[in-house]
Design a protein around this ligand. Sequence first.
Ligand SMILES: Cc1cc2nc3c(=O)[nH]c(=O)nc-3n(C[C@H](O)[C@H](O)[C@H](O)COP(=O)(O)OP(=O)(O)OC[C@H]3O[C@@H](n4cnc5c(N)ncnc54)[C@H](O)[C@@H]3O)c2cc1C
Ligand code: SF4
Length: 343
Amino acid sequence: MMRLPRFRYLAPATVREAAAVLSSEGPDAMLIAGGTDLLPNMKRRQQVPKVLVGLRSVAEMRTARNGNGLALGAGLTLTEVVRDCRVRHEYPALWQAAAQVATPHLRNMGTLGGNLCLDTRCNYYDQTYEWRKSIDFCMKKDGKTCWVALSSPKCLAVSSTDSAPALAALGARVRLVSSEGERAVPVLDLYRNDGIRYLTRRPAEVLAEVILDAPRGWRSAYWKLRRRGSFDFPVLSVAAAARFGSGGVVEEARVVLGAVASAPLLAEEAGAALVGTRLDDAAIAAASARAFDVAKPMDNTDFALHWRKRVTREFVGYALRELRGDDMRATRVRTARQLPPEK
Ligand SMILES: Cc1cc2nc3c(=O)[nH]c(=O)nc-3n(C[C@H](O)[C@H](O)[C@H](O)COP(=O)(O)OP(=O)(O)OC[C@H]3O[C@@H](n4cnc5c(N)ncnc54)[C@H](O)[C@@H]3O)c2cc1C
Ligand code: SF4
């Protein structure tokens, strides 16, 4: 049985208080929300904070506010996000992403903020302490070498969050709060393509809220590749969003790839290939080809990397056909990516 290392637990009641604790405790402290990622990591000694700053008592982070769109508290569980009918009908990519995270039990505990800040993953890292010790560890924790690419100067662990690509495609921002003040950052800018320093969030900042603009003409979709349809981390994901003008012509579009790098990747040229079209087959093929060029999966997660790269083209096509209004339910079932029924 793997045991947790010793730690002190603090339970602030407000975001400001949580930020103050983080700044006074310094690098030994970490935030914990649902703990579904952090606690297993602590048991494997991948992360060993001496102080855990619990966010469960921070009521202001567990609300969803209407404004000029929707502001979702980072402490909302994924189950709460999935049950919100505004998310389901106005931001389908987020709904589809959140609904496909892990299992119902883990979604009952896991939060939106924790999902966005999820540690990067790698076959050589997500192992017990003894397993990692047997290979002399690796650069991400306790070692010096990257076993995925021996000459790589940086860690190539995979960004495996489902909600980040979806929120990036939707153009969402996150509100980060520290003792010094607060700032809003586009979701895409929250990430750095580096498996160790994968977040641009400063150590003493709390991710308090996710801000979504009103959907106004935008449609979105999220497709996830994983081995088991019942639960598994993504090993490739595609989030697509497009704003349609009169006559169904695309005025703006974003295609974001997940799990093919240490950060969600914006396939800029794929989005550009869709503007001015009605998402006809030729435009979808052109965008899929551009996204295929961007995807650079590494050999450190499930499935062969060449196959994962090939599937990028297919999944971008599926997501864009869903945006166009095609009925993709049979394809979702065929690819074992069926979503849970509406509550
Ligand atoms: C078997 C299994 C399967 C899983 N499958 C998936 C999957 O398919 N897709 C997926 O995306 N995830 C998956 N997960 C990972 C995890 O369950 C989810 O990502 C979950 O949403 C994490 O949220 P949490 O609240 O539990 O995070 P925690 O474990 O509490 O925290 C995760 C990280 O985020 C930081 N953090 C938490 N909240 C904040 C905040 N408000 N501000 C700043 N930092 C914060 C913590 O310090 C920690 O570094 C899986 C986990 C398990 C065990
Ligand atoms: S990519 Fe390399 S350094 Fe990063 S976790 Fe994997 S083996 Fe370790």
